[in-house]
Design a protein. Structure first.
Length: 131
């Protein structure tokens, strides 16, 4: 049985909720670490990140870690997760192939948003606090 695609509105709602959560954590100087589909809790009208992982990881904080890079890694992982959702879980190893596949079903605005989140150069990648 083929899985139904998320509508673009559903994906934007998931993205908005997750970006807000990650921006809040960044304001508190906490990197979520490991955003992926298994850590996004879905309900009928809300989407949120599972807080358990963030709390555990913040307890193991390493002061030598580059916080800016960690926040941008959170953004990248969110982008990969949303791209995965956009392609109904079809595993592709190359991001541009995923974006090309998703562009068949979603707007240019959504594809550009995902491209910004998944920029391989972390210095050029946006972070959730600036979205």
């Amino acid at each position: 049985m083929k899985r139904k695609r998320y509508s673009e509105d559903e994906l934007w709602n998931i993205a908005d909720s997750c970006v807000a959560a990650l921006a809040y954590l960044q304001e508190k100087n906490i990197s979520y670490n490991m955003v992926d589909a298994t850590r996004i809790l879905l309900s009928v009208d809300r989407y949120k990140l599972n807080p358990i992982q963030s709390m555990i990881d913040s307890l193991k904080e390493n002061p030598k870690r580059d916080k800016t890079r960690q926040f941008k890694a959170d953004t990248y992982n969110l982008g990969i997760t949303l791209l995965y959702a956009s392609n109904c879980g079809n595993p592709h190893s190359i991001i541009e192939e995923n974006l090309k596949e998703a562009s068949k079903s979603y707007s240019t605005e959504w594809i550009n948003f995902l491209r910004d989140l998944t920029n391989p150069d972390y210095l050029k990648r946006v972070d959730c606090a600036t979205l």
